[in-house]
Design a protein around this ligand. Structure first.
Ligand SMILES: Nc1nc2c(ncn2[C@@H]2O[C@H](COP(=O)(O)OP(=O)(O)OP(=O)(O)O)[C@@H](O)[C@H]2O)c(=O)[nH]1
Length: 534
């Protein structure tokens, strides 16, 4: 049965392993699909940001061209006018001009006087001419921005809003390493291409995200045309760029992974740590897109090319479960769970059935080979056992034993006492023989003892010990009376007649047992013509 159970265990383990592998494989496909879908969501948002950003940059290029053409205008009066006169309202869109803190190289005197003054006025004149186009860039579209112009020497700044002027002035630093001025220099920007920067606004945590293009006039770098996006505007635009039913939180960072916006979309409680950002930074060095997982939170990230920023989305498990892949995964796990439960249940039922069958079989076997009353082997059990331990039936001795006057016990004390005498006798015979000897109740009150590897002499010793054991331990009845139990024993050995079969040896022992009866009972007989009582 142990073997059957082992086979059943193995079959179930195999089925469990196989199905778990299949479910796992399906899960891997889902996981891959989920990863791809997260990346494609992120990419669609990135594409939207990039297209808007590109549109703004194209506007910048266009304005730069118009501005240079305006600078070239032959109608430029070339007359020095006081800057304050220009600051007055022009049509519906006043141009706000603000003086910037001068770079070290520029003196107050040179600003609006001397050789420099003419060019300053020329720039201001050209700006006034093209100011009607400024709203083109500030744009009444999703990505609100402010167009500005800063003269190269840092004399003035021009934009359509006083607030923007203040912000730009606060973030203006001609020496900042990643600042607009350094990045616009012909040395660092020989192609004179638009570029993106992020400038800190003094005394605040805010930054200005800038797209700027250097302006060269007649081979000389004269200024910087730029569009500035306030954090709020970028954040609003990011929020509007997300799919309507997004289940992820999105946040825009600069190249150093410093946040440009707060998280928008389906905001969750998960916080990106310095460790996460470091890992993302390393992964971005290898690829422009990527995914990673922290426990049950899935993180997707990608570079927003052109704006020098990085978009990161995070999705918690509970958010993921609201998406198709999450629902499928739950279904898959639930199916696997149900299957495992079913498998476990059927394994238990089958094992229990097999065990029950085994114990039933053992019970039946026990019944078939044992005597119910005394628990000793019955005739069939006795011969089965003897043939099992001595298949060739050599070197053995048999003791045939019959209780004395047993009929009288039944008649006088009743069958119940008679049964008790049988049980009592069995226990005492068992006590007197060796563990390798086999006892069988082969008839009503008749027993046979098989002594393997024993000659006649050993048989006589065992039989005598049995006789003594019985006669020295009477059965105590319920009323306290003692009922003596004795037996007559006949001993026959294979060593006497090696050519005899077991049946023949048993008949011989039986005959000697009857001889013992005839000679007065309660004695052992091992010879055919005489008995020796001990
Ligand atoms: N109580 C009880 N009696 C049994 C059982 N099996 C056989 N007997 C009785 O045992 C008795 C055997 O009697 P006999 O064969 O005449 O032998 P005896 O009375 O022991 O006489 P001797 O063998 O000559 O000493 C019969 O009366 C059977 O009914 C049993 O399982 N329980």
């Amino acid at each position: 049965m142990a073997k059957t159970l082992r086979v059943i265990h193995l079959v179930f383990i195999f089925v469990f392993a196989l199905t778990t592998f299949l479910f796992w494989q399906q899960g891997q496909l889902f996981s891959h699909g989920y990863r791809t879908s997260q990346l494609s969501h992120l990419e669609s948002v990135i594409a939207r940001i990039e297209s808007k950003a590109q549109y703004k940059v194209d506007n910048l290029r266009y304005l730069k061209r118009i501005f240079i053409e305006a600078m070239d205008d032959p109608l430029f009066p070339g007359v020095a006018t006081v800057p304050s006169e220009i600051t007055g309202d022009v049509g519906d869109s006043p141009l706000w001009i603000r003086e910037l803190p001068l770079p070290d190289t520029l003196t107050e005197d040179s600003k609006f006087h001397g050789a420099n003054a003419l060019q300053v006025r020329q720039q201001l004149y050209a700006l006034r001419k093209i100011q009607g186009l400024f709203p083109l860039a500030t744009g009444a579209n999703e990505l609100t921005a402010d167009l500005y112009y800063i003269s190269r020497d840092g004399e003035f700044i021009v934009s359509l809003s006083q607030e923007m002027n203040s912000l730009l002035e606060s973030s203006y630093n001609p020496h900042e390493e990643q600042g607009s001025f350094v990045l616009a220099s012909p040395l660092l920007n020989p192609q004179r291409e638009p570029f993106w920067t992020r400038q800190n606004i003094a005394k605040t945590d805010d930054t200005l995200v800038n797209a700027a293009i250097p302006v060269d006039f007649r081979g000389e770098w004269i200024g910087l045309l730029g569009i500035a996006f306030e954090n709020d505007a970028v954040q609003k635009f990011l929020a509007e760029s997300l799919p309507e039913d997004t289940q992820s939180a999105y946040q825009l960072f600069d190249e150093q992974l410093i946040p440009l916006t707060n998280a928008v979309g389906s905001v969750n409680k998960f916080q990106l740590t310095a460790q996460h950002l470091q890992t993302i930074r390393e992964m971005l060095e290898v690829s422009s897109r990527g995914t990673m997982r922290d426990g049950s939170v899935f993180i997707t990230f990608g570079r927003v090319v052109g704006t020098r920023s990085v978009l990161i989305s995070t999705q918690t498990l509970s958010q993921g479960l609201h998406e198709d892949f999450g629902r499928f995964s739950i279904l898959l796990i639930a199916m696997w769970g149900i299957f495992v439960l079913f498998l476990w249940g059927s394994h238990r039922v089958i094992c229990r059935l097999v065990r029950n069958m085994g114990s039933l079989q053992r019970e039946m076997q026990r019944h078939a080979l044992h005597d119910d009353l005394t628990g000793a082997l019955n005739r069939r059990g006795f011969f089965a056992k003897t043939s099992q331990i001595s298949p060739n039936y050599v070197d053995y001795t048999l003791v045939q034993l019959d209780l004395d006057h047993f009929k009288k016990v039944n008649d006088v004390y009743g069958h119940l006492v008679g049964d008790n005498v049988l049980i009592h006798a069995t226990q005492h015979i068992q006590r007197a023989i060796r563990s390798q000897d086999i006892l069988g109740r082969i008839g009503g009150e008749e027993f046979c003892i098989y002594l393997p590897n024993s000659d006649l002499k050993a048989g006589i010793m065992v039989a005598t010990r049995v006789k003594w054991e019985l006669e020295s331990s009477a059965l105590v009845l319920d009323d306290g009376r003692k009922l003596p139990v004795t037996a007559s024993l006949g001993v026959a050995s294979h060593s006497e007649y090696p050519e005899y079969t077991l049946d023949q040896i048993q008949s011989l022992a039986d005959m000697r047992m009857y001889t013992a009866k005839e000679r007065g009972r309660n004695q052992v007989c091992w010879q055919d013509d005489e008995a020796i009582g001990t």
